[in-house]
Unconditional design. Structure first.
Length: 270
DNA sequence: CTAAAATCCTGGTGGC
DNA sequence: TGCCACCAGGATTTTA
């Protein structure tokens, strides 16, 4: 569930607190959460200092000394909690990182989908990601060029992290609504003007998400308020905020997809 | 090639 | 009240 705005909010909250900390140990509670060599992370991570903390797509990237990286993907139910080493440990904690100053970073993940990587070649995890939609360097022209030789329907493409990084089910639906485009439209039917609307929709929706500290749908991620600004996501049967038509729900790429059949008729036939 | 479906997971929910 | 099928979904893998 954490998508770009939620991950960005999490990183902003942790960055200053974690910067400069030096790892002392790691405790692995769920083996599968570690997706790189177990021997390396347990022996090489201790002693490494955190240089910086950043976000790439939905990944949290710790840049460490000597060109090592600790990369975490929260997937659906992951959380990162900064505690004291002797604080009570929640049963869903899958991995604990300890620091020399007595603090501890807990990776809590009920669903066990989350992943931890410790490696030097960060491209092996991040290399195939599409562009960052909010980067200053990400221009409309670049966005439009992404559609070259692309086929298929719009929403599955927006969810494809190799196409563009950071969109998940919520922000993909909201972006389609804001752009006035049907989520099932074939992308080869999109004209430049549609891509332009979509470009501004994606950036606007993500910016709005970050301004609201992300969306809090359940106890997994708290503190955000973007859920109060949803136009279509999770609003099946409710009145469209623009035209009062009931929001419809269909399944695309195995995902719940919400849209207004009246407002999102842009380039019909799908 | 695309695209759909299965996979990994747990907890909450709705039906009976 | 208890049981169970089913749903949620990010990214990868398998199957059609």
């Amino acid at each position: 569930m954490p998508e770009l705005p939620e991950v960005e909010t999490i990183v902003r909250g942790l960055r200053n607190q974690l910067k400069g900390k030096v790892f002392s140990a790691i405790e692995i509670g769920w083996e599968n959460s570690i997706r790189t060599d177990r021997e390396e992370i347990t022996t090489i991570l201790p002693g490494k200092r955190i240089i910086s903390l950043d976000r790439r797509g939905k990944y949290i990237v710790f840049t460490l000394q000597h060109e090592w990286y600790l990369i975490i993907h929260l997937k659906m139910s992951g959380r990162l909690l900064l505690q004291h080493a002797d604080d009570e440990v929640h049963p869903h904690v899958r991995t604990s990182f300890f620091f020399h100053d007595g603090s501890s970073l807990r990776f809590q993940d009920m669903r066990k989908f989350g992943r931890v990587y410790f490696l030097q070649n960060s491209d092996s995890v991040l290399g195939n990601l599409g562009p960052e939609p909010l980067a200053d360097s990400f221009t409309l022209q670049e966005f439009q060029s992404l559609f070259e030789k692309r086929t298929g329907r719009l929403k599955p493409l927006l969810l494809n992290q190799q196409f563009i990084a950071g969109l998940g089910n919520i922000y993909a639906d909201e972006s389609c609504f804001t752009a006035g485009l049907h989520p099932a439209i074939s992308v080869n039917m999109l004209k430049k003007k549609h891509m332009k609307k979509l470009y501004h929709a994606i950036r606007g929706v993500l910016e709005c998400g970050i301004m609201n500290n992300g969306a809090s749908l359940d106890e997994i991620y708290q503190g955000g308020s973007f859920q109060n600004h949803f136009c279509v996501y999770g609003r099946t049967g409710k009145a469209c905020t623009t035209c009062q038509t009931p929001i419809e729900r269909i399944v695309l790429a195995g995902r719940s997809t919400h849209f207004c059949p009246s407002c999102q008729g842009g380039t019909r036939r799908h």
